[in-house]
Design a protein around this ligand. Sequence first.
Ligand code: NAP
Length: 255
Amino acid sequence: MFDLKGKVAIITGSTKGIGKAIAIQLCKAGAKVVISSRKHQECVKFSKELIEKGFSAFSIPCHVGKKNEIKNLVQETIKKFNSIDILVSNAATNPAFGPLSNLQDPAFDKIIDVNLKSSIWLINEASPYLKKNKTSSVIIMSSISAFIGTKDIGAYGISKAAEVSLVKHLAVELGSYGIRVNAIAPGLIKTDFSKAIWNNKKTLTKQIETTPLKRIGYPEDISGIVHFLASNASLFITGQLIVADGGETITSVIS
Ligand code: NAP
């Protein structure tokens, strides 16, 4: 049920952090993976490492905020592997830190392009190929910032909330082709992306104290969920959001 042998997976933003852990996990399950990020050298380096370990990997650099690069990502994947079964839309950005009252249009546009429109571009480009395989799976990396209020990352949170809506619409649109579309909302995961939070001792201590599982997350806390959603173990799940946050969002001040 969990075997991904022969399946082809594109993972955006897969040279480090959560995306890298996903690539390793999907390789271990037997998938052929396409490693992708903006930096060509990083993509080549990581895919070489995977190949040296006996896995099947290929690198295609792609800035997900650029539609032509997304088109190239899909077309080069087809040239190399002749199929796409699993799409993981993982890359994201957050150039705006501060209240929405200070949000500048260029930063907001960038957030929406990279975090939201990119997923639609990628799925539309790949859907003719996903439709050929009756058990294809699309996974979009959202965040718990989609459904909580914050003072500093509102624009990012809005883009992540829109992704939750996106999976529901796409799940309906693509369901008759057997394509599942789901999202994951990680809590705080120890990567470069969130370094400003976990690198601050006071914030980290508070975070751990208020999280029921009494720890922050690691990329491997997310990669197993992607494996599940990519596999036939989740064939009847679509349009859903899986929250993986150690319980952070279910607590209250009285607990
Ligand atoms: P990360 O460690 O900073 O890794 C980000 C990856 O994406 C890198 O491979 C990076 O490589 C690539 N990337 C960045 N901008 C890109 C772009 N425009 N186009 C293509 N690739 C790009 O980040 P992460 O923490 O793993 O985050 C992955 C996902 O999890 C994001 O969607 C994020 O919103 C979500 N998330 C993270 C946390 C957390 O606490 N870490 C919590 C909730 C949700 P290059 O720099 O070479 O492009």
